[in-house]
Design a protein around this ligand. Structure first.
Ligand SMILES: *Cc1c(COP(=O)(O)O)cnc(C)c1O
Length: 495
């Protein structure tokens, strides 16, 4: 494809993409294809000779679209949203144009410098404590990763090395120190609440450290407390284990619970800043975007006692996948754990303090130009525009909760609407009947193709989760969902 052909093809593709966006609400939300649908539609091997662009493009409609689940649909209320916007889409085009691996500052100075600046903008917009700013007192700063799972694994590596280095600092270099390092490694435990996302457990699995959960209960809204944490830590230490890392969550995946950051900070205060302290990471992958709203800003204050924080602008902040924003309080800990300097990566800029080489803040070497889409989104919407978008999701969750409460004869709210997520169950006699009825309703609603919901099981309770954070969702869609829920459950109860 030459430049002239590119101009024509790319303009046509943009028209097609714009039409797709306009027509999303008309599609069934979840793809209805059967597993393996694609193989019979495609040749058994790649073409030997290049094909004309028209042949390739027409396969988007005929072969790919049927296998797409429409995350931008107003009927998409499953999982958490994965939002897109036109400014982010345009940024991705420019990012592709300036394609490169961008691991060092000199690989494209704008890529690094824009990232540092927009991550400071974003930290301020969320009201994160000053320690997370690149110019803050503790030499912190932000970096963009591809996913929350990657962010959690990365900070856990830094936490592990910090813990072991501090615990063995009194030993002189030599075999004894080496032995003690490996002994400690076999005792390390990473922690998360029972509601923490599975990515913390997975990171522990990848790192080869133990994983333990701190129990949570329905009585305090599934929020991890300092008291429960202390109890778990005491039990682990009594067994000779070395807890070194904790994921605290702002907006758990199941029910959007928020851990009790203040009591967690006081539970850990006696060792804070000393060798043996526990690295606390706040995982706010979805609900972190809600810190844009002023009434949620107080949630960020206790984080001044913690070590790192992440949220995914690609979930609820209109920035296309992938974009996971991570901040650390001391960038030195990340760099100490992840910096490798073979001669071919050295250059006149990297060996001084003047520049940031983000390769030392992440696991991969190469990196995309992701800050461009954050920059475009922040500037196109402004903080006020983003606040309006978040508020829409929050209010619609509350609106659905009200509707569910108005039919107390049919439904019970399991966890109240928070950050655009509400969970509920169908009424019945006894746990077993409630679980069965709720699951039956859930399956019927998803089978309709009009809406896509997910379910969860918390402490044995089956509940339907509805997330109203997708940008296209409006009151009429929430009303439509509610009417379908009532109609379906009434029909099922009559049978
Ligand atoms: C979505 C989510 C994750 C996982 O996010 P990825 O970016 O897909 O790894 C982790 N934690 C929480 C709280 C989430 O909501």
């Amino acid at each position: 494809m030459n430049t002239e052909q590119f101009r024509v093809a790319a303009k046509a593709a943009i028209d097609e993409i714009a039409n797709y966006h306009d027509s999303v609400p008309e599609h069934r939300v979840v793809s209805a294809v059967e597993p393996g649908y694609l193989r019979p539609l495609l040749p058994a091997s790649a073409p030997l000779d290049g094909e004309p662009w028209e042949a390739i493009q027409s396969d988007i409609q005929s072969k790919i679209l049927p296998g797409i689940t429409h995350w931008a649909s107003p009927g998409f209320m499953a999982f958490f949203p994965c939002s897109s916007s036109y400014p982010a889409a345009i940024a991705e085009m420019y990012s592709n144009a300036f394609n490169g691996a961008h691991f060092n500052w000199i690989c494209s100075p704008a890529v690094t410098e824009l990232e540092t600046i927009v991550m400071d903008w974003l930290a301020q917009a969320l009201g994160l404590p000053e320690c997370f700013l690149s110019g803050g007192p503790t030499h912190g700063g932000g970096v963009i990763h591809g996913s929350a799972s990657e962010a959690i694994l990365t900070v856990m590596v830094a936490a592990r090395d910090k813990y072991i280095n501090e615990a063995t600092a009194h030993l002189p270099e030599g075999e004894d120190k080496e032995e003690e390092t490996w002994r400690l490694r076999s005792k390390l435990v990473a922690l998360g609440s029972a509601g923490a996302h599975s990515s913390t457990k997975k990171a522990a699995q990848v790192l080869g450290v133990r994983f333990a959960t701190v129990p949570v209960s329905q009585d305090n809204g599934f929020s991890m407390t300092g008291e429960a944490l202390t109890k778990t830590l005491d039990e682990l230490r009594a067994k000779g284990l070395e807890p070194f890392y904790l994921t605290a969550t702002l907006g758990t995946t199941d029910v959007c619970a928020v851990d009790d950051f203040a009591s967690i900070a006081s539970a850990l205060a006696s060792r804070a800043g000393k060798p043996g302290e526990i690295w606390v990471h706040v995982d706010a992958a979805y609900a972190g975007a809600a810190l844009l709203l002023d009434e949620n800003k107080p949630l960020a204050e206790p984080m001044a006692a913690f070590h790192s924080f992440n949220f995914n602008p690609h979930k609820w902040m209109l920035t296309t996948f992938d974009c996971s924003a991570v901040w650390v309080r001391h960038r030195g800990h990340l760099i100490a754990a992840l910096s490798i300097k073979p001669p071919y990566l050295r250059n006149q800029y990297s060996d001084n303090e003047l520049v940031t080489d983000y390769r030392d803040w992440q696991i991969p070497l190469g990196r995309r130009f992701r800050s461009l889409k954050l920059w475009f989104v922040l500037r196109s919407y402004g903080i006020r525009g983003l606040q309006a978008h978040i508020r829409n999701g929050v209010s619609l969750g509350e609106s659905l909760e009200e509707k569910l409460v108005s039919r107390e004869d049919l439904f019970s709210v399991f966890t109240r609407a928070r950050f655009g997520l509400v969970t509920f169950r169908v009424k019945g006699n006894g746990e077993e009947e409630v679980n069965r009825r709720t699951e039956r309703l859930y399956e019927a609603v998803n089978a309709s193709g009009r809406f896509y919901l997910t379910s969860t099981v918390v402490n044995g309770h089956f509940a339907i989760r509805v997330c109203t954070g997708t940008a296209a969702v409006r009151e009429e869609h929430v009303r439509g969902l509610f009417e379908l829920l009532v109609e379906t459950v009434e029909k099922q109860l009559k049978e």
